[in-house]
Structure formats: structure tokens, C-alpha cells
Ligand binder design. Structure first.
Ligand SMILES: Nc1nc2c(ncn2[C@@H]2O[C@H](COP(=O)(O)OP(=O)(O)OP(=O)(O)O)[C@@H](O)[C@H]2O)c(=O)[nH]1
Ligand SMILES: [Mg+2]
Length: 249
């Protein structure tokens, strides 16, 4: 079995397991009460939905149940599907209309920046966009190789220099390459950093200035692993939330 199929099947199993658990939990209830909402929220969090999203989903469910006078737990699964589908539809779109446009992915150590880039690259490629990755995490050992594995899966190219080189120079190279190849989107990986590490924050400032100078008219997104914010907004620290992380920068 190919690696990508293995990952896809793995994700499918996880999703099915969560849905089955919610289903049997709902069947064990005869009425809808606070305990049901709490158990549901717990299952969503354990299923890797994320605490904020799990709370949003259960809050919305409480509202709908009350408003529509629903009392039968059998009806909860249908409502859940509607709520999650609506949340996905309502998601904020990335503003990446110009050619090229650039997405700079930032966040503290181990929150899933590189993984998100891999998934995003694949998603954009499937939408017919040409994607170029910039390996601007030159700080953590093996970060470049990790990005290359994801690039391989998404079938896109990585612009890189050697470990320890200036990340702003990598971004500069990637912008030049994207202009020459007429790529649609550049996605730049960056080293995990905390806002109190001044030299790393300065480095981010330098990358940002290079982008503004080289791509003054382009659409730019600063994608924070836990939240999205547009270029120019203050870069906020995002909390370390990943239970599985083993990396240390
Ligand atoms: N459960 C879960 N694990 C994830 C998710 N995203 C990433 N991971 C895992 O978290 C670990 C760190 O992910 P990376 O993508 O390397 O995170 P990073 O922010 O690039 O890390 P640094 O480059 O070290 O700062 C890896 O083991 C990933 O497989 C997610 O959405 N859910
Ligand atoms: Mg990384």
C-alpha cells in the first residue's frame, strides 16, 4: 500500500472511530441533558477536534436543541452533521488571488506548522494551483528534510539552503523562483519560536520586510497554526497545544 493511501486510510479510521463513539454514547442516553453535552464535548476533544472547536460545536448544539424543542437523543447526530458542515462552509477563505501570493506559516515549537503546510500544499494543488515551498526553518535539525517529505507527497518543489542559513534569504530565493516559474502560491515554513525570544522575532521581522519589498502588490497571509491573521496585524503567540509533539527546537 502506498504511503499516501496509508495516511488517508488512517485518517478515515480515526474519523469513523470518533463517529462510532459519539453514536454509541448518544444511544446510552434516553433524554438530552447537560451530561450528554459534556460527554459529547469530551469525545470531540479526544477525537482531536480541538478544545475551542469542540466548545463551539456543543454550544451551537445546545442552542439548536433548545430553539427547535428537540428532546430525543436520536436526533442529535443529524444536528451535529448540519452544525459541522455549516462551520466548514463558514470558514475564512485565504486571500491568495495574486500570482504569486505568499503564505507565511508561524507559531511556537511543535504546534503542527510543517504538517499544516503539507496538507495545505496538497489541497491547493488539488485546486489546480502551482505551489512552491520555502524551507525557511533553517534552525531545527532535519526541518528541511521533513518539509521535503511533505513536498513529495503534494508533488511540489522546495526552495532551500543549508541548515543554519539565513531564513530571510531562503524566502528571497523562493520569491525569485516563484516569479521566474510563474507559480501561484509560495508557502514558507518557519522555525517554531516564542515571542520572548528576541532574535527569532527579529528574524521574522526581516522575513516580513523582504516579502513586503519583493512582493509589494501580492496577497500575503500570516497563518498562525492556531489562528489566521492578515499581514500587518501583530503576530500573537499561539499556545502550545499539541500532545503528540516530540520536537524541541
Ligand atoms: N494529533 C495531531 N497531531 C498533529 C497535528 N498536526 C501535527 N501533528 C503532529 O505534531 C507533531 C509536530 O508537528 P510539526 O508539523 O512538525 O510541527 P511544527 O510546528 O512544524 O514543529 P517545529 O518545526 O518543531 O516547530 C508531529 O508529530 C505531527 O505529526 C494535528 O492536527 N493533530
Ligand atoms: Mg516545523
Amino acid at each position: 500500500m502506498g504511503l499516501f493511501k496509508k495516511i488517508k486510510d488512517g485518517l478515515k479510521k480515526t474519523r469513523e472511530a470518533v463517529v462510532n463513539q459519539i453514536d454509541s454514547m448518544l444511544k446510552s442516553f434516553t433524554k438530552i441533558d447537560e451530561e450528554l453535552f459534556e460527554e459529547l464535548e469530551e469525545l470531540l476533544v479526544m477525537g482531536d477536534v480541538g478544545v475551542n472547536t469542540a466548545t463551539k460545536i456543543t454550544d451551537e448544539l445546545r442552542k439548536r436543541v433548545k430553539k427547535e424543542g428537540i428532546t430525543n437523543p436520536d436526533e442529535v447526530m443529524g444536528l451535529l452533521r448540519e452544525i459541522t458542515a455549516a462551520m466548514l462552509r463558514g470558514g475564512e477563505e485565504l486571500n491568495i488571488g495574486t500570482k504569486p501570493s505568499i503564505i507565511l506559516v508561524i507559531g511556537v515549537n511543535g504546534v503542527g506548522k510543517t504538517t499544516t503546510i503539507g496538507k495545505l500544499a496538497k489541497y491547493l494543488k488539488n485546486q489546480g494551483k502551482s505551489v512552491l515551498l520555502a524551507a525557511a526553518d533553517t534552525f531545527r535539525a532535519a526541518a528541511i528534510e521533513q518539509l521535503e517529505v511533505w513536498a513529495d507527497r503534494a508533488d511540489c518543489e522546495v526552495i532551500k539552503q543549508k541548515e543554519g542559513s539565513d531564513p530571510a534569504a531562503v524566502v528571497y530565493d523562493a520569491i525569485s523562483a516563484a516569479k521566474a516559474r510563474k507559480s501561484d502560491v509560495i508557502i514558507a515554513d518557519t522555525a517554531g519560536r516564542l515571542h520572548n525570544k528576541k532574535h527569532l522575532m527579529n528574524e521574522l521581522g526581516k522575513i516580513s520586510r523582504i516579502i513586503d519589498r519583493e512582493l509589494p502588490e501580492a496577497d500575503k497571509e500570516f497563518l498562525n497554526r492556531t489562528e489566521c491573521c492578515k499581514s500587518g496585524k501583530r503576530i500573537q503567540e499561539c499556545g502550545r497545544h499539541n500532545r503528540n509533539s516530540t520536537h524541541k527546537a
